[in-house]
Write a protein that binds this ligand. Structure first.
Ligand code: FES
Length: 142
C-alpha cells in the first residue's frame, strides 16, 4: 500500500535526530492518533536552511513525510521553505494511501512551526506564514 519511495524513507530515514542550539524548533501533534513530530532548523546568516533534522514519534507515513520534508527544505531560504506543503511532500513520495494523507500534514505544520519559532527569535516576518495552531511546545524551548 506504500509506494517504493515511502518504503525507502521508512527503512532509511534521512536527517533523523536533533540539532543542538537550533535556529528554530517546531513540535506538532495529531490529536486523533497521538503522533508527534518535531523539526529542527539550522539557518545561516543569509536565511538559508543549512540543516534540518526531525524526530517523529509516529506511524510509518509520518516518518517518511518528515524524512523527505527535511531533504526538501535543506538549501532553501526560509521564505521558500514555506512552499514545502503537504501536497509537495505527497507528490515527492508518489502519494500516500488515502487514510494516511493526514500524516503528511504534520510535516507541513512542523516546518511552519519551526519557521515561526525562527522568525520570532529573530524578530522577522516570513510572508505568508501563519502562527501555528498546533505547536505543542511553544514554551518548552524559550
Ligand atoms: Fe498518526 Fe500517521 S497515523 S501521523
Amino acid at each position: 500500500m506504500y509506494t517504493e519511495k515511502v518504503m525507502d524513507h521508512i527503512s532509511n530515514p534521512r536527517n533523523s535526530g536533533e540539532i543542538e542550539n537550533a535556529s528554530g524548533v517546531g513540535t506538532v501533534g495529531n490529536a486523533k492518533c497521538g503522533d508527534i513530530m518535531r523539526i529542527y532548523l539550522d539557518v545561516d546568516e543569509n536565511q538559508i536552511i543549512r540543516d534540518c533534522k526531525f524526530k517523529t514519534f509516529g506511524c510509518g507515513a509520518a516518518i517518511a513525510t518528515s524524512s523527505i520534508a527535511t531533504e526538501m527544505v535543506i538549501g532553501k531560504t526560509i521564505h521558500d521553505a514555506i512552499k514545502v506543503t503537504n501536497k509537495a511532500v505527497l507528490d515527492a513520495l508518489d502519494g500516500l494511501p488515502e487514510v494516511k494523507v493526514h500524516c503528511s500534514l504534520l510535516a507541513e505544520e512542523a516546518i511552519h512551526a519551526a519557521l515561526w519559532d525562527y522568525a520570532e527569535k529573530n524578530g522577522i516576518v516570513i510572508e505568508g506564514l501563519k502562527k501555528p495552531q498546533t505547536d505543542i511546545s511553544e514554551h518548552e524551548h524559550e
